[in-house]
Design a binder for this molecule. Structure first.
Ligand code: FNR
Length: 371
């Protein structure tokens, strides 16, 4: 049996200019503890607890503009106040030697007028409304308002919001950004043919449906450099009624397009995560994307230590992100190393506003004197 230190997940990896000491990534996790849209000081401890020297962390989804929000108490990065509030959080991660990327988010139609400036309609690729309730990670979010279809000439402004948010993320100290191109939010509302019913150059063919996300990619790469830019994609998922008739073709098209920008990483969600909580096995489904994409591939969705190690050993992924296990085990890489049992996650505290409970009170392993 391999010694614990030989676990593939715990081996170093060079991601562009970032020297990672292991391959266990903190997945982006919305925690709804930013009162209003400003991150709070209690996030310092939360991220710091999950930081290891040379470990990669991805922030919770962070709004790019005042139209980007659809959930209570999720942070943004479009105002000076928000940027200043992120700084001590990022700084603490850096002091402990972590590498921290900010996930940039626009929810599009997964919103309602109550989250929008002046009570306006949420924006989307379409004016098709979502069904009244969406089960998101077991939580019912409020009613969705019918969206307003973006006019063609409005799209450059939204692209610019992403660009400015990326600039702000660097200003806040983040090492890079992850574009949230997954889970039925705005960018997927353009990419996926179940949602996008446009007849302009942003709708119809695969090339047209991917135009908006690639304009965002290009703008951000120009702004901060492609060596600091990753993207999250979930071609197989159908969160928020966002299915696609040919997810493999969509994913492959995106991989090829991203290669042209020299993107740092693609973070791809396993199809088994189509419904959160229900795991269906589809072995090595992301392999075509691994083969097509030239940068770092991060796999996520339903991984445990064993199949994470296997994914790395098989060359199926370069890095593996962990969501729920990392949420409940701040010292997850160490627990893997020691083959220690994991704390169970408590779903009922995923999204509560308490600054401690279910957030920073998951216990660490005792420090052994022999370590
Ligand atoms: C998530 N997920 C998620 N994904 C994302 O891209 N941005 C986000 O902000 C969130 N927020 C979020 C909150 C909570 C509480 C959960 C449980 C999940 C999805 C997450 O990053 C990951 O893809 C899934 O949890 C699947 O990975 P695990 O949990 O099986 O390792």
């Amino acid at each position: 049996m391999a010694a614990p230190t030989e676990q593939p997940l715990l081996t170093p990896y060079q991601m562009g200019k970032f020297s990672l000491s292991h391959r266990v990534v903190l997945a982006p996790l919305t925690r709804q503890r930013s009162y209003g849209n400003v991150p709070q000081p209690h996030a310092i401890l939360y991220y710091s607890q999950r930081t290891t020297k040379g470990g990669l962390l991805i922030s919770e989804a962070t709004g790019v503009s005042d139209t980007a929000q659809g959930y209570p108490d999720t942070p943004g990065i479009w105002t000076k106040e928000q940027v200043e509030a992120w700084k001590p959080i990022v700084n603490d991660v850096h002091e402990k030697g972590g590498i921290f990327f900010c996930q940039l988010w626009h929810v599009g139609r997964v919103s309602n007028t109550g989250f929008q400036p002046n009570g306006q309609s949420p924006i989307s690729s379409t004016d098709k409304p979502l069904k009244p309730k969406l089960r998101s990670n077991q939580v019912d979010v409020a009613e969705f308002s019918p969206p307003r279809r973006l006019k063609t000439e409005e799209i450059p402004e939204i692209v610019n919001h992403f660009r400015l948010a990326a600039r702000n993320a660097i200003e806040a100290g983040f090492d890079g950004v992850e574009i949230h191109g997954a889970h039925g939010y705005l960018l997927e509302q353009f990419m996926k043919d179940n949602v996008n019913d446009r007849t302009d150059q942003y709708g119809g063919s695969l090339e047209n449906r991917c135009r908006f996300v690639l304009e965002v990619v290009e703008a951000i790469c120009q702004e901060i450099g492609s060596d600091k830019v990753g993207i999250r994609l979930s071609p197989f998922a159908d969160y928020a009624e966002s299915g696609d008739s040919d997810p493999l073709a969509l994913g492959l098209y995106m991989m090829e397009a991203l290669n042209k920008y020299g993107l740092l990483y693609a973070h791809v969600v396993e199809p088994r995560m189509i419904t959160v909580g229900e795991r269906t096995e589809t072995s090595h489904s992301l392999l075509p994307f691994r083969k097509a994409f030239k940068g770092t591939l991060i796999a996520v969705g339903g991984y445990n230590k064993e199949d994470g190690n296997k994914a790395i050993a098989d060359g199926y992924a370069d890095l593996v992100a962990f969501g729920r296990f990392f949420l409940a085990n701040p010292d997850l890489p160490r627990r893997f190393k020691l083959d220690a049992p994991l704390n169970k996650y408590n779903r009922s505290t995923f999204y509560i506003s308490d600054p401690v409970i279910g957030y920073t009170d998951y216990p660490f392993l005792e420090q052994a004197s022999t370590e």
